[in-house]
Every structure is written in C-alpha cells, then in structure tokens.
Design a protein around this ligand. Structure first.
Ligand code: ADP
Ligand code: MG
Length: 299
C-alpha cells in the first residue's frame, strides 16, 4: 500500500478547549489511485490532507506514505518529503500562484528551487501545462486567467517536481461546475499519464463519477466508501456503496436507514449465515414472531 493511515488521532488544543479532528482514522490508498474525500464541513478532511502533506503532525496513530514514516521524520526528511514526495493544491486560487509570474514561470519556479536545469524546466513546464489543457496560456499572468484556469496551472505547479502524491483540498471550491469538470479532467489526465496518486477533497458529489473511489468522512473518521469498477470484459462501470467497519468493529449506519426504521439508542443484532441483521429495539420480538412462520428474513 502506498499510503497507510492507522488509527490516526488529531487533537487541536485551543486555550483550554480540545477539538478532536480525527478520531481513530484508518485509510489505505494504493499507488496510482485517484480518489476523493467528501463529507460535511468540520469532519476532518483538511486535517488529514495537512498530515499527508507533511504540514501537520498527528497526535497519535501511524501514517506512512511510500517509504516515509510521517511520525518519525527528522527536520531534514520533512523538507525532502514536502519538496519531492507531495504536491499541494489549495482551494483559494490566490494561494496557489504568484501573481507577478506567468503561468509557465509559476510552473518553473519549484523546479528552479530544486536546481533543475533551465532547459528541462522549460520543457517540463510546457508539457505539464499542455496536460492540463493550457498550452495557449503559457505567457498569461494569473489575473488574466479564469479561476478554473488558475487551478489547472496550480495543478501543473504542484506536479513540477514529479511528486508521487498530489493532494488537492477543495480545488473546485471557488469555480463553477464547468470549470470544476475541467479541473477534474486535468487531474484524471495526469493520473493516467504520469501514474501520480491523487487525493482530492470536494463538496461536489457529482465528481464521484470522475474518480475510482469516494470515501465519506464523518466526525473524524471514514464512514462510507463508493467504489467504481469496470466489468470483467471491460464492460459497464458499476458503482457500489459500502459502509466502513473500523478496527474496533464500529460501523456507521446511514441516517436515512435509521430514520426509516426509527432506530434510537439501542439496536439488536442477529448473526445469520451470511449477514448480520440490525433491528430496532422494540420491534425485534414482533418481527421475529412474524418471521417464524416464513422462510425468509424480516429485515
Ligand atoms: P474539514 O476540512 O472536513 O472541514 P477540518 O479538518 O478543517 O475539517 O476540521 C476538523 C475539526 O478540527 C473542526 O472541528 C475544526 O474546527 C478543527 N480544527 C481544524 N484546524 C484547527 C486548528 N488549527 N485549530 C483548532 N481547531 C482546528
Ligand atoms: Mg477543509
């Protein structure tokens, strides 16, 4: 596995208050995957992104990216990790680019800081800007680009030094849906062309159709996962939604299911041959009596 998060905990202390941003998060991401994190505001998505980016350290747990153990990096390793392993794209378009440099110069800058020769800088920046669909915008300054174009330049900047991991925290948060589509297409291209692993946070559930896997966050943990798989003969793409069973055996039931069956506080569990039944507390006995006469299950 390329990324392994194991029981990650992050607690922010603000004055006398403690905020638990991640509470025992488990997540694994394979090399070359393009996946999305979705979830309500405050559910811990950015906290995880900052940890994966080497910008923040977890309070407890383990996290590995490639050969790096992010909890045991020396200061020097941390600098190398940030410079070589990860590229970051932020939501605020203005935070990603330098306003007084052209698109191409913005992409060249991180390479210059890494002492890449100028000829290679020019070639690679051009290639990257082509990959994100901006070959006709090389000489433009950010203020002459749309928000969506700026974000695509930002993706090229983030990949300048060939990181294995691209992290994008709500890169489409400030652009319209057409531009959002182009941003996701650009990331998809780069993912396929360069094999870069991509983790993208988004509010937009429609992008789910553009990634392989969507992981839902809730209260500092993953709670659901949608997988898209192509049929064996390369046929139709099927989508399947899963709930996440954590290492302690905890499971989050979807709110609509809970409401439909008016479940509250306690539920009864029944182990069957090939599944587990979850019953509302007071109804179990009644349902069982009904089911006794039939062959099938009552849930
Ligand atoms: P998301 O990106 O899913 O909206 P965040 O990871 O930003 O969620 O935040 C998770 C929780 O941690 C929230 O309750 C948030 O208020 C809190 N939090 C995030 N960053 C800090 C910080 N630097 N200091 C204190 N609390 C923070
Ligand atoms: Mg966030």
């Amino acid at each position: 596995m390329f990324i392994v998060c194991d029981n990650l905990v992050k607690i922010y202390k603000v004055a006398t208050l403690e905020v638990v941003a991640l509470q025992g998060l488990d997540l694994q991401i394979a090399a070359g995957e393009m996946m999305a994190l979705v979830g309500p505001s405050g559910s811990g998505k950015s906290t995880l992104m900052n940890i994966l980016g080497g910008l923040d350290a977890p309070t407890a747990g383990r996290v590995y990216v490639g050969d790096y153990n992010l909890l045991q990096m020396s200061g020097r390793e941390q600098v190398l990790y940030r410079r070589k392993m990860v590229g970051f794209v932020w939501q605020q378009t203005a935070r990603n680019l330098l306003p007084y440099l052209t698109a191409q110069e913005n992409v060249e800058l991180p390479m210059a800081l890494n002492h890449v020769a100028s000829r290679e800088r020019r070639e690679r920046s051009k290639m990257l800007l082509e990959s994100v669909g901006l070959s006709d915008r090389l000489e433009h300054h950010p203020n002459r680009l749309s928000g969506g174009e700026q974000q695509r330049v930002a993706i090229a900047v983030a990949l300048a030094n060939k990181p294995q991991l691209l992290l994008a925290d709500e890169p489409t948060g400030e652009v319209d849906s057409e531009a959002a589509k182009a941003i996701f297409e650009a990331m998809r291209n780069l993912n396929e062309e360069m094999g870069v692993t991509i983790v993208v946070v988004t509010h937009d559930y429609t992008v789910a159709s553009r990634v392989d896997r969507v992981v839902g966050f809730r209260d500092g943990r993953t709670s659901t996962e949608v997988l898209r798989r192509r049929g064996e003969d390369g046929g139709a793409i099927t989508e399947e939604e899963f709930a996440i069973l954590d290492r302690a055996g905890r499971l989050q039931l979807p709110q609509p299911y809970i409401e439909t069956l008016e479940m509250k506080d306690r539920v009864k569990l029944r182990l069957r041959d090939d599944h587990i039944g979850v019953y509302p507390d007071r109804e179990l006995e009644v349902r069982h009596e009904h089911a006794a006469g039939h062959k099938g299950e009552a849930e």
